[in-house]
Design a protein around this ligand. Sequence first.
Ligand code: ADP
Ligand code: MG
Ligand code: ZN
Length: 578
Amino acid sequence: MLNSTSYLDFLSKILADQVRQVTIANNSIEYTVTTANGLEVCQTTPDGDTEALIQLLQKQGVNFKVENSHPTSPNPWATVVLGLAFPALALASAWLLQKQGDGDSNSFGAYGVGKSKAKVYTQGQTGITFKDVAGVTEAKQELQEVVDFLKNDQKYRNLGAKIPQGVLLVGPPGTGKTLLAKAVAGEAGVPFFSISGSEFVEVFVGVGAARVRDLFAKAKRQAPCIIFIDELDAIGKARSSNPQIGGGNDEREQTLNQLLVEMDGFGSNSGVILIGATNRPEVLDAALRRPGRFDRQVTVDRPDKLGRVAILNVHVQGVKIGADVQLEAVATQTAGFSGADLANLVNEAALLAARYDRQAVEMTDFNAAFERVVAGLENRARVLNPIEKKTVAYHEVGHALVGALTPGGGKVSKISIVPRGMGALGYTLQLPEEDRFLLDSTEIAGQIATLLGGRVAEELVFGRISTGAADDIQKATDLAEKAITQYGMNQVLGPVAFDRTTSQFLGGSNRRQISDQVAQQIDQQVKASIDQAYQVAKDILISNRDLLESITQQLLDQEVLEGDELKNLLAQAQAVYA
Ligand code: ADP
Ligand code: MG
Ligand code: ZN
């Protein structure tokens, strides 16, 4: 009565939680499965890695034994199948295994296939509130709203307001995304389900999807609550544009699809709010970002100097700090550190102090710890050396000053030299004061000059230039070319479109058939408008040389300039062309 089955069939039955007992011999595997008619004994031929099989069996909580080559006495299970009270026995043993395995089963008969491993912290138990998260003021403000949704969900429900259900926290590692998600749960006093995207991605197709289903089922029973999916990119990567043969991505895609299904399924008023975290938002599947899914994005960036002081203050709680320690000085030194780096720094300093048997952690310990931590960070290379920092500061202030004095770019609202996660070493933010649909040619020229302002500042101040302007130069050149070839703004070439735009939405354009002569003219004119804009930027910065100096000093000191402070500084700039 031994049913011969394929190995694949065997695996899928394990995943479907139908397999009860497995005996692995050298060339044969015997197992019992539950069927509609009770238990059945089957046999299959091993095809693949026994180690992997064993891991799977352990994970699924299936009773198994491995037999060595020497034949054993008659298989005890075979005899059981011949008639006795085996079903009860099998259930009992599976139950026991389940008990010690998953630790999360609360219903009899739940064998843990794809049972989500989400840890449940009940009411308030994350024990973390916004007080524990320092220096990410904007993110906290945005999340405060989510706290309110969770706390007063009845109020919103009564009004018929739609509560957002997916918030995506985006930022480099160690900036406090996990901490923030926990703090939201803590502030709202709701349960917190947490799972990491990478945990979903299993070797065996189907497990991830089952986990997602289970996680949402559990969460819905405990609403209002938070589901936190860390490393969302591990499941949420854009679905394969190059379909892999053999379906190497099957598992991830199934999991992702299930996630989408669940998100759409629970409607906006279920009281379940999803928080996802990623440091690679650009790889996420577009479907995840649609309205009703992760449609809110909260940026969690590396802290500026004030933020770092605040974070250091959080982490020195409970650490004995000597009188000579100036956290502000530590913060000045640590531009580019994330919250986790700072926490690590404090701990390293405390360890060093302990090694020297000190009564309290002293400034020398912080300095020594800094060196250690930086050495460890070197590969991540986000800590600027003082010369780079200065270069970046002058560069950004150059953009800001030219931007303030030329039309087209909007108001300069922020300058920052805190290295950003996605590669920028500093940035200048210009915000349009109103919606703009048309730009005139002076505004385009102003934008080009503003883009070049960074490079010009470097040249003026240091007499040498750096690679930092590459992106600006690219953009400036693109803009100058477009003005000529698409907008017909050039005096010499006139209102002729040399580019045929292929699609407004897909972007892209191709050049019409043009003569070599015209091609040459276009090149010359692009170069001329760049040169002209460069000169404008140069004139502006030369006449405002002192202001460039003083704003840069202030920026180096504070790392971020914004609001009224910045407005007043830039208001001192002297226009060159009245
Ligand atoms: P992420 O999830 O963004 O990678 P975590 O939330 O896991 O970062 O942060 C790791 C640790 O670093 C936290 O447990 C905390 O000790 C510290 N940390 C990070 N950011 C902050 C912050 N803004 N305020 C206080 N501590 C922080
Ligand atoms: Mg995290
Ligand atoms: Zn720049």
